[in-house]
Design a protein around this ligand. Structure first.
Ligand SMILES: [Zn+2]
Length: 223
């Protein structure tokens, strides 16, 4: 299972980059997790969009969903899974005739090809889901935006890898690097850091804690 980090920024992207977007290439399907700002352009560096089987949006903050809107102009029908709130954003997404929008909720299970996606609500200001991605009995977890919780730790247990939102400073609705390390230790799973702030450099603390940071375009092997 290969994950290509297409957009690695939170909030807004650094120049020439994109906000949250991860291309998941399994044996049986190709799926995109999140479509933050800039990702529609960047994604086409790595794949022909017609080869994407489904788009799954963890939540409807702009840095995770806004490029799913102009996706409407790309030829074909696009299957998009997302939460139904905030309702104004959801209504915009649903409004396009080329979008086949399907709602996800707590405990939902979605299958694309032979890849299974499970959802667990995180602590974040809007309805947000961590996503567990399983193929051939092996899993990785994309935490999406999340504060640390026992529920998240439980959701990650037994997986091979966690893509962790742990690159923001304390006092935000994200994990710090220290909390990312705690998640890794308590779940017993290795992590890589994602979702970098364009104005705060988490690099030094991630390095000190031995947490690798994803790099744009550099494929991550989940297993
Ligand atoms: Zn968010």
């Amino acid at each position: 299972m290969e994950i290509i980090p297409v957009g690695i920024y939170g909030a807004y992207p650094a120049p020439g980059c994109a906000s949250a977007c991860y291309l998941v290439k399994g044996e049986s399907a190709t799926v995109v997790l999140d479509m933050g700002s800039g990702s529609l352009s960047m994604l086409q560096k790595y794949i022909n969009l017609s080869e994407v089987d489904a788009f799954i949006l963890s939540h409807l903050h702009y840095d995770h969903f806004c490029d799913a809107l102009p996706l409407a102009y790309y030829p074909g029908k696009h299957i998009i899974y997302c939460p139904a709130t905030p309702s104004d954003c959801f209504t915009l997404l649903k409004g396009s005739a080329s979008h086949d929008v399907r709602v996800i909720n707590e405990g939902a299970v979605v299958t694309v090809g032979k890849i299974r996606f499970e959802f667990s609500k995180t602590i974040h200001p809007v309805e947000t889901y961590a996503i567990r991605v399983t193929e051939n009995e092996k899993s990785f977890v994309y935490t999406a935006d999340a504060m640390l919780s026992d529920k998240l730790i439980d959701f990650c247990r037994g997986s091979e890898l966690i893509l962790t939102d742990c690159s923001f400073p304390a006092g935000t609705p994200h994990m710090t690097a220290e909390q990312g390390a705690e998640l890794s230790e308590k779940a017993g799973v290795r992590i890589v850091a994602i979702h970098f702030s364009p104005v705060y450099d988490a690099g030094p603390v991630l390095s000190r804690l031995g947490i690798p940071a994803v790099k744009q375009g550099e494929a991550v092997k989940a297993w």
